[in-house]
Design a protein around this ligand. Structure first.
Ligand SMILES: Nc1ncnc2c1ncn2[C@@H]1O[C@H](COP(=O)(O)OP(=O)(O)OP(=O)(O)O)[C@@H](O)[C@H]1O
Ligand SMILES: [Mg+2]
Length: 301
């Protein structure tokens, strides 16, 4: 079935590359590719045709690059355009959405993926935001026992979780959600690979420094391209002199969608404000609006 979507040569090259990886992550990518992907790709294509919805994973190879801030503000940008949005906190190791939205929900994503609640019970409508679109949030359990439980789950469990996430996406699309945004943990742990696998598009946030450049290259080649994902880079927290010598666009074979300056007030305000809603003229908000537009165009192409 995969052959319906990829050329024979591409398929052959990819399966060879996956065989050569041979480690735990490589084995897991093989499982996704062979067992889940054909169904997922077909479902996604059908769903997108029916509902025109979109799932975006915000990911990075290193921590603290601005994923959560971009995920929340991207949601704000789509909400302002009248779309219904669902943010899912897939950062099971370092949950943060419960702090941002100041909520203590009864059902977490953790309960959903373990089969203990439904998609509807997992999603929480946020009523404090005044936009034409509706916002729903799925929270990750901040309890230390839950964090430990999820970080020690084996590959068999992770494949079940992947299946639950594919089901959740289907439920959200049929419930009328236009955009699903997955905020992930940095790096290559299973939870983030699952989020990337179910997404239609991966927004990669980097700080433009050598540590990020070196580590992101491995993730681009080892995960995103292996899983045949459309992706683009956002350079965040760029120093003032960066704009005269933008180098990321020369380093990778994928587009750099936007470069955002490092701004002190952003560091303070993104703690509890959605700038794209509260301050749409702010340079940070303008950049996020551009990203939102470009993603839609990129997906349509
Ligand atoms: N353009 C920016 N200028 C200044 N500060 C920023 C900018 N973007 C994000 N920040 C700040 O950087 C910090 C890290 O951002 P954020 O929590 O969004 O990163 P993250 O990638 O989600 O981190 P983690 O990997 O720990 O989940 C936050 O305090 C945020 O306010
Ligand atoms: Mg985060």
């Amino acid at each position: 079935m995969v052959h319906k979507f990829l050329s024979h040569m591409e398929c052959f090259t990819r399966s060879k590359a996956l065989q050569n990886m041979g480690d735990n992550l490589g084995d897991y990518l093989k499982i996704i590719w062979v067992r889940h992907y054909p169904i997922h790709i077909e479902n996604t294509n059908l769903l997108r045709r029916c509902y025109m919805s979109l799932t975006i994973a915000v990911h990075s190879s290193k921590g603290g690059t601005g994923k959560t801030s971009i995920a929340i503000n991207l949601a704000g940008a789509y909400l302002s355009a009248g779309k219904s949005v669902c943010i899912m906190d897939m950062d099971s190791k370092g949950p943060s959405m419960h702090t941002f939205f100041d909520l203590d929900p009864e059902c977490y994503i953790n309960d959903y993926v373990l089969g203990n609640c439904s998609t509807e019970e997992m999603m929480h409508k946020i009523d404090t935001i005044d936009t034409s679109g509706e916002l729903y949030v799925g929270f990750s359990d901040p309890d230390i026992a839950s964090i430990r439980e999820f970080s020690t789950m084996d590959r068999k469990w992770q494949t079940r979780i992947l299946k639950r996430m594919i089901d959740a996406k289907k439920d959200l699309y049929s419930a009328g959600i236009d955009v699903v945004i997955l905020d992930t943990s940095p790096g290559v742990e299973f939870g983030s690979v699952n989020a990337v696998a179910v997404s239609d598009f991966v927004l990669i946030t980097i700080k433009p420094n050598m540590i990020c450049f070196n580590s992101i290259e491995q993730v681009i080649n080892g995960i995103y391209l292996m899983l045949d994902k459309k992706c683009a880079i956002v350079e965040n927290m760029c120093p003032a002199d960066h704009f005269s010598r933008v180098i990321s666009s020369d380093l990778f074979d994928i587009p750099v969608m936007e470069s955002i300056s490092c701004m002190c007030d952003v560091a303070c305000r993104t703690d509890d404000e959605i700038l794209t809603i509260n301050d749409p003229q702010h340079p940070y908000s303008k950049s996020v609006f551009k990203i939102a537009e470009k993603i839609e165009k990129y997906i349509e192409d």
